[in-house]
Design a protein around this ligand. Sequence first.
Ligand code: SAH
Length: 266
Amino acid sequence: MAKSEASATRGTVLEVGEHVILIDNRQRRYLIQLEEGGEFHSHAGVIPHDVIIGNSEGSEFRTASNARFVGLRPTLSDHVLKMPRGAQVIYPKDLGPIIILTDISAGARVFESGVGSGALSTALLRAGADVTGYEIREDFAAKAQSNVEMFLGASALDRYEVKIRDAYEEHEDRDFDRAVLDLPEPWQVVPHLEKSLRRGGILVVYNPSIIQVQNLRQRLAQGPWAMIETIEVLHRTWHIEGHSVRPDHRMVAHTGFLTHARLLAV
Ligand code: SAH
């Protein structure tokens, strides 16, 4: 059985059923799940799972050709980058700011659509939210639920309800504290959120294209929304080696825009 993150992070020793990230000398990461008799095969040779099981997190493991791998439990960020995907995910660079912009706290009731591969859902659930997700595609809904379970364990599914629904249509669910949208035409969901989000509630929308942002902003400007702001998050890594201390040559220059707003009582 897959161990949940909650139980997995307590002990230092890596156990059967846990997920582990193996990192090579060039910082490449490989996600495996430990099973008795299992084997990790890489370009540099094989590491039997039995060599890893029972060792401390952070240990080094070597292949027969002496290639070195470090074993660590995956972070949420590792999970999002390595988990099976259906739809395109929201990357850790944007997930962090979304958690702050939505101001999620334990027990917050969150509306999310679409759920896609469940990357954002996992981040929201991990921050303690109760999530109601609307997803139009059954296969994506199933993938999102299995990705959530893979990282957070089956108990997280008690706080995660996914409905196969078109979010552009009116909904009966009510009393959400927060709403997060990642779908092509978020402005079509805004009128429904004006009824289902509680006054003072926060909406955060992720959009890859500025044309989408413009349409969304026009719709928000017509409704009882305030504190409306659109941002983008730039994440640039640096190369730091001896006297060569400079930004890396390559970066992900664009993922999406984040627009956030609060619902007024008028
Ligand atoms: N935020 C997700 C990715 C969402 S991708 C993650 O981090 O993993 C966008 C999703 O919106 C897709 O799964 C797509 O099927 C869904 N979608 C598109 N239109 C929709 C609609 N009208 N109602 C509900 N879901 C919709």
